[in-house]
Structure formats: C-alpha cells, structure tokens
Write a new protein. Structure first.
Length: 134
C-alpha cells in the first residue's frame, strides 16, 4: 500500500461546507444582487452555512444579527426556515425606493408580499433585511 492509500479522509470544517463568493454580486444593481443572493438561500441548511452566507452577502447589521443568534439554538431549524420562504423571480421584484446607499425592493409571491432592503457596503449591494407579510 502507498502512503496515500493509508491516509484518513480530510475532515472538513462545517463552516466551509458551502462557501459563498461575494464577488458574484460585484457590479450588479440592487435588484440583480438580491436575486443572485436569494438564489443561494435554498443551499443553507445549518447555522454555520448561514454565517458563511451572511459574511459574503449580508450587510454589517445583518452579520451582527445572525452572529447574535448563535446561542438561541435556531441552528437545527435553519434549513426549514429557508425552505418555507416565498419563491421570487425577476418578475416578482421591483424597486420601491433607491438612493446611493440604500435600495428598498418590493417583493410579491402569490398571496405574500414584502420588502428587501439592500445597502451599498464594501463596494457592493448587500442584503440588510427581508420581511414578508401574508
């Protein structure tokens, strides 16, 4: 046997299970950034993945909120939360208001409506918060 055959598999840090590249939203409009960010939400199934996602795409305020959740025990239901979120696409998102630093998007999905607030930080539009009502 060779040395590589006897090696144990490398252990992967759970926070690195899914990595998100913030550069994927570089140069995009607030709406395009939101839709790109939103397309990755279905991949999140643990608290560590949520932290990795938020570090890449979230505003500083969003990052603080997510990191404060660590002790609350929500990690076990993160996947369920994201799987229940209303679906969105290009036709269900419109700009409500915009400035150089903040853009509020209107969201519509079936009987649900909401808003997403995007903020311009670190040279990109990042998700600050998303709120839904029925």
């Amino acid at each position: 046997p060779t040395a590589t055959e006897n090696r144990e598999p490398e252990k992967v840090d759970p926070i690195e299970k899914i990595s998100f590249d913030e550069n994927i939203i570089s140069g995009k409009s607030p709406k395009e950034s939101y839709l790109t960010i939103r397309s990755f939400m279905g991949d999140i199934s643990s608290y560590s993945e949520l932290v990795s996602f938020t570090d890449a795409f979230g505003s500083e305020n969003n990052q603080k909120s997510i990191k404060a959740m660590e002790r609350s025990g929500v990690g076990s239901i993160i996947g369920s939360i994201f799987s229940m979120m209303p679906k969105v696409d290009d036709s269900s998102v419109s700009v409500k208001s915009a400035s150089d630093k903040e853009c509020v998007l209107n969201l519509v999905s079936g009987k649900n409506s909401g808003t997403a607030t995007m903020v311009f930080e670190r040279e990109m539009w990042r998700l600050d918060r998303e709120e839904w009502q029925k």
